[in-house]
Structures are given as structure tokens and as C-alpha cells.
Design a protein around this ligand. Structure first.
Ligand code: NCD
Ligand code: ZN
Length: 369
């Protein structure tokens, strides 16, 4: 990678190993023909979240979903979906060996019931899944955690921090060999939690890691209320105050391999977000790398983008790093205000904002705006 000083001129380029997205919502049905090309244009692989309606709860469903994703790839794209199972109170421990043997399932997602979009079938009490967690620990199957309590008594801005104490700490204690990804972290407490647990698996990879979204690196909670209510900045876990954002940026820029890229790109049609009870989720797959580059550059750590985006996640999951590369070009451009989406439209995160980098994608979808 070039030295940062050589990157200031218009037209200068930054080439990094092809990245992966370790937390992605592709949805299902007709949406796949729209979502898959965006991610395939920038990422080689993605951990595909299972919160469909109904959720992906067993290996057979994950394999069928994988086929639908593969069928939606643009011609020539080699994008690989890495499937996940949705953990429920009734997941049989034996499902984990099946999932592992399939070679297609790379994690099991814990949604506390009611925590976020399509999480009604989630876990109501961790005691119900002890047998499954034991099997996961044995099989080396990562637990991917939406780390928020759902207790209505707990302030929405404190739900991640309370989850760490109430639930994640006991899970770590009871399953010390379990691989865990704390997904889309939003608080200083989550950064500290990860830093405090430096255990390694047999390959020397971290047992505990965390994904970071671009929008949590770029925005604090003021963005949700700038001049009025801004539903396109509403996601879960919700944006936090500036002190937290700064700690997230510090973690991402630290070069610590426990922190890696997961966009949590979560498309919702405009009408579903601009509503009485608007959906949580930000769509960022179209410009994910550009958003991360912006965040890293603002923090003066562009040289750390490649490890975060392209190396650490693969290392964590015990997968080879990608062979190819992707180029980012210094270019001033404006994120479109809207994109056509199914029979409506979608507002991408940071719509109308000018960004300073443009990914030169291998197979960019036709601009649908
Ligand atoms: C996600 C979605 O829409 O599926 N929404 C979100 O706000 N992040 C679900 C999730 O990851 O919590
Ligand atoms: Zn998500």
C-alpha cells in the first residue's frame, strides 16, 4: 500500500486486498437481484444474516437460501455468501454438527427476542440454548451476537452496555472456548469488553472479535435529529454519543485484529422507514468501502483500512485472505438521494453527502437512481 502522503492528489489511487463484509442483510425473494450485485461489486465474501421472515433456522434452509443468493449473482461475479443460522429457544444442539458438516454455515446468530428487525423468534432466555452453545464450542462454530438487552426498563442508549454485563460476560465465563463476534458495536464499553478478552483459539486467532459498521464510525446520535427526525440514520443498535464514536474509530484504526468490517447494510424501502413506526436499518452496501475510507481518512489512519477491511475478518474465521484486490480512487462524488428498489425506492445512508473516495468495482451494478 502507498504511503498516505502520496494519496492526496485528485486521481490518486489506493489498492487494497479485496475486502469481505462480515455482517450483511441481503433479504430474500425479488430483493436478492437488487442487493447481491451491490455487495458482489465490492466484496468477495459476506456473512449473510438469517433474519428473514420466517428466519433461517436450520442447515437445510441455509443451503436453500445460499442457492437463491448464488442465483442472484451478476454474470461473472464470484461473490461467496457465508451462511448463518438463526438461534431460537428450540434449536437442537445436533443442528450444529449438521451446519458444520455442510461447509456452508459459518456462524449462528443470537438475537435476543424482540431486539431488532425480524427478531421475534429470537432467544427468550439464554438458559434455553446452553446445549447449543456447548455444541458450538465443541465444533468451533462462532456465535454472532446482537448485543442488546430487550428489557423495556433499560434506556435504549444503554442496552448494549447492559447486555455485556448481564449476558455476554456469563456466556464468556460458561463457554471460555466459544468463538464470539460481538456484532455492530456502538459503545466504548463494547470496545473495552473486547480488549479485555484476549483468549485465542487453537490456530492463534482471537476467540472474541467485533464488527464495526461504517455509519457508526461516521455518525453520532446527533445525526438522527439534525434539524428534524432523520429516519435514514435509525438503526439498531442505535447511534450513540460522540465519545463512543471516537472510541469505535480508535478501535478500528488501532490495527488490533479483533476489530473488523461488517457493514450491517440493512435495506428497507423508504416507506417502511419514513413511517409511524419506522424500521431500523441503514443501507450502505452500494458505497460501503467509500464510507469506511472516509472514516479512516478523517481519523488519519487510511493505512489501517486494509487490515480492517480485508485481513482481520478472514483471519478470525480461519478462512484464507482474498487473492484479488480492489482500487479506491480519490474522487469527489455525491451519494445519490435515492435508488429504485423493488416497486419503491431506498435512501442510502449519507444520501446527498459528498465523499472523497470512489471504489473502482469489478462489476458495478448499473446505477439505478
Ligand atoms: C437490521 C435489519 O434491518 O435486518 N437492522 C438494523 O437496524 N441493524 C437488523 C439488525 O442487524 O439489527
Ligand atoms: Zn444486522
Amino acid at each position: 500500500m502507498q504511503s498516505p502522503d502520496s494519496l492526496d492528489r485528485p486521481g490518486s489511487t489506493l489498492r487494497i486486498t479485496r475486502p469481505d463484509d462480515w455482517h450483511l442483510h441481503l433479504r430474500d425473494g425479488d430483493a436478492l437481484a437488487w442487493t447481491v450485485p451491490w455487495s458482489a461489486a465490492q466484496f468477495a465474501r459476506a456473512i449473510v444474516m438469517p433474519n428473514l421472515k420466517p428466519p433461517v433456522v436450520d442447515t437445510a434452509q441455509a443451503l436453500a437460501y445460499r442457492e437463491r443468493v448464488l442465483a442472484a449473482r451478476p454474470a461473472g461475479a464470484d461473490f461467496q455468501p457465508l451462511m448463518t443460522l438463526y438461534l431460537t429457544d428450540r434449536t437442537p444442539p445436533a443442528e450444529i454438527a449438521r451446519a458444520r458438516a455442510s461447509g456452508a454455515v459459518f456462524g449462528v446468530k443470537l438475537y435476543p427476542a424482540g431486539a431488532t428487525t425480524n427478531s421475534d423468534s429470537g432467544v427468550t432466555d439464554l438458559r434455553h440454548v446452553h446445549g447449543v452453545l456447548e455444541a458450538m464450542q465443541r465444533e468451533g462454530m462462532p456465535l454472532l451476537v446482537h448485543g442488546e438487552v430487550t428489557d423495556p426498563e433499560v434506556d435504549v442508549f444503554d442496552r448494549e452496555a447492559v447486555f455485556l454485563e448481564r449476558h455476554l460476560q456469563p456466556i464468556r465465563r460458561d463457554f471460555p472456548g466459544l468463538k464470539i463476534v460481538l456484532e455492530h458495536i456502538t459503545t466504548a464499553q463494547a470496545v473495552d469488553f473486547v480488549l479485555a478478552h484476549d483468549a485465542r483459539d487453537a490456530r492463534g486467532a482471537p476467540l472474541l472479535g467485533a464488527t464495526l459498521t461504517a455509519h457508526h464510525l461516521l455518525h453520532n446520535r446527533n445525526s438522527m435529529f439534525r434539524g428534524g427526525l432523520r429516519p435514514h440514520y435509525y438503526c439498531l443498535p442505535v447511534l450513540k454519543r460522540e465519545t463512543h464514536r471516537r472510541r469505535l474509530v480508535e478501535a478500528a484504526c488501532s490495527g488490533d485484529a479483533r476489530f473488523f468490517l461488517g457493514t450491517d447494510s440493512a435495506p428497507h424501502a423508504r416507506g417502511a422507514k419514513e413511517a409511524d413506526c419506522g424500521c431500523a436499518g441503514c443501507f450502505s452496501a452500494m458505497h460501503a468501502l467509500e464510507l469506511y475510507a472516509q472514516a479512516f481518512e478523517q481519523a488519519g489512519c487510511l493505512q489501517r483500512l486494509e487490515g480492517f477491511a480485508s485481513h482481520f475478518g478472514a483471519d478470525f474465521y480461519g478462512l484464507p485472505r482474498n487473492a484479488g484486490s480492489i482500487e479506491l480512487r480519490r474522487q469527489d462524488w455525491e451519494v445519490p438521494q435515492r435508488l429504485d428498489y423493488l416497486d419503491g425506492e431506498i435512501v442510502p445512508v449519507d444520501a446527498g453527502v459528498r465523499l472523497g473516495w470512489r471504489a473502482v468495482a469489478s462489476a458495478a451494478p448499473q446505477q439505478q437512481a
